[in-house]
Design a protein around this ligand. Structure first.
Ligand code: FRU
Length: 504
């Protein structure tokens, strides 16, 4: 079985050539009206989850799920970009294409590590349809590996962990080394449809042994935990905490939480090799926006934990699908623990280097029900602003972005009645609508808002919460406005930075 599963049904080189041509075809006729200026996206085709985020031989590498032939999810490949500084990126050749029996129907998510041999190892899930034809019979998934000397061209090793019990969902390995051993976690769905995390261990990265069930999701509705991540964070006293991050299938909406079809969340707890993971918190969402999923972290040499997520367009409409591309990653984030033991999520500090010029508006006062234009047209900006909640009487107010002549816009508003920050897309003319509402605790409000051609990301109070949503503006100039409803708004500081493109 092991031999045949690692047999090639097509040569990897020719599968990669075909995929590269597929992306080029779509890229040739791409419409750029919503194509991102400072987010990672494919030249053409569909992308989802970030994979294999790592630093190798002086460059950052980000891989991602890619369908090179269409702007919808389909036969997944592994796309690739790299960067020296996390700011300016370079496209690399597609790293992996289905070519083995083990990955015949898709190269699914995984992670990258620098091996004991100094080469870059990509662990991924080899995906096949169980009936050999289509999704109707479920999945058959195994864990696979590929290696590279230069970080660009990969040689497949093939399957390293079989799915002997034929579990339907069995995927998304995250690998790390600790105390001389290699560890791998991935998600699975038991025969009675419960989401679990498995821990495997290896001495040589090739032969892996089942170690334990690291985590069982307590909610019986959650039938799969995808896009696993498991990493330590140190608090201010230097104590180590472990963060188990997963994207849950089957979570139900609960008030303001879990509004998206699937939710990326985490639990903080303690763990050491040989021990069970002991959660100490409830589940927390990584992001309160409409579109954030499948995040993955890496530990930088300077000790920071960096994260990319996928801005997941789960809910139609996706108007960019007619433009030759669909899907972008979030901006890179820094993940840390604050003095209360809570996770802080901030834009990676490197992003300030994207700023080209800054317009400082100073303090701004808005009368009740006033709307004022801040900038008449812009497609890639970062807005830094404070709202003095104690001095404002507005029940609803803040920014309108992607504001066009047809009155379409997206709002990034403070809602005094719920004491939440909203991304509200009810006035969008294109794409999915709806609003999302993030909580925050303090009485001050400090926002960093990143607006690209089709997206908005909001970071609240130095990383207390984050929100990521698509927003597809209408034709014509895209203004930024300030608006106050049913009361006044006091904005002590307002700065807008133009951002330069990231080179993709
Ligand atoms: C979500 C996910 C993964 C899978 C991949 C398939 O991140 O469904 O579980 O490996 O995307 O594209």
């Amino acid at each position: 079985m092991t031999n045949s599963i690692n047999n090639e049904f097509v040569s990897h080189a020719s599968a990669l050539d075909r995929a590269q041509a597929g992306v080029a075809d779509l890229a040739r006729s791409r419409n750029d009206r919503w194509y991102p200026r400072f987010h990672i996206a494919s030249d053409g085709g569909w992308i989802n989850s970030p994979n294999g985020f790592c630093f190798f031989r002086g460059r950052w590498h980000v891989f991602y799920q890619l369908n090179p032939f269409d702007t919808q999810w389909g036969t997944m490949h592994c796309g690739h970009v790299s960067s020296e500084d996390l700011v300016t990126w370079r496209r690399e050749p597609i790293a992996l294409a289905p070519s083995l029996e083990a990955d015949r129907d898709g190269i699914y998510s995984g992670s990258a590590v620098v091996g004991d041999d100094g080469r870059l190892w990509l662990f991924y899930t080899g995906h096949r349809w169980a009936n050999g034809v289509d999704p109707s019979g479920g999945n058959f998934e195994v864990q696979c590996a590929a290696v590279s000397d230069d970080g660009v061209h990969f040689e497949k090793i093939g399957m390293v962990i079989d799915n002997v019990d034929g579990f339907n969902h069995f995927r998304d390995p995250k690998v790390w080394k600790q105390d001389g051993l290699w560890y791998m976690v991935f998600g699975m769905s038991t025969k009675n449809r419960r989401g679990q995390v498995l821990l495997y261990v290896s001495e040589d990265m090739l032969i892996w042994h089942f170690h334990s069930i690291l985590y069982r999701h307590p909610n019986p509705g959650v039938f799969m935990l995808e896009s696993l991540d498991f990493f330590p964070l140190r608090d201010k006293e230097g104590n180590e905490h472990w963060v188990l991050s997963f994207s849950a299938l089957g979570e139900r909406p609960n008030g303001f939480a879990n509004r998206n079809p699937h939710t990326a969340s985490y639990v903080i707890g303690s763990w050491a090799p040989g021990e069970e993971f002991a959660p100490r918190t409830e589940f927390r969402m990584w992001d309160w926006g409409h579109n954030f999923y499948a995040p993955q972290t890496v530990r930088a040499d300077d000790g920071r934990t960096l994260q990319y997520g996928w801005m997941s367009p789960f809910t139609p409409a996706r108007p960019n699908q007619g433009d030759g591309w669909c899907g972008q990653l979030s901006i890179p984030r820094e993940i840390s623990l604050d003095s209360y033991g809570c996770i802080r999520i901030n834009p990676a500090r490197e992003l300030t280097r994207l700023r080209t010029d800054t317009i400082d508006f100073g303090a701004v006062h808005l009368d009740a029900n006033e709307t004022t234009t801040v900038m008449a047209d812009c497609d890639a900006v970062e807005i830094e602003m404070e709202i003095d909640i104690n001095e404002s009487t507005a029940e609803f107010g803040g920014l309108k972005v992607h504001s066009t002549k047809d009155n379409a816009h997206s709002s990034v508003f403070y809602d005094a009645q719920t004491h939440r920050i909203l991304i509200d897309r009810h006035a969008n003319a294109r794409g999915d609508r709806g609003y999302r509402a993030a909580p925050f605790t303090s009485n001050t409000l400090k926002l960093r808002v990143f607006v690209d051609r089709a997206s908005i990301e909001v970071f609240i109070n130095d990383g207390e919460q984050a929100m990521s949503s698509y927003s597809f503006p209408s034709e014509g100039p895209r203004a930024i406005e300030l608006s106050a409803e049913s009361g006044t708004l006091e904005i002590p500081t307002l700065r807008v930075h133009h951002l330069s493109p990231i080179g993709l």
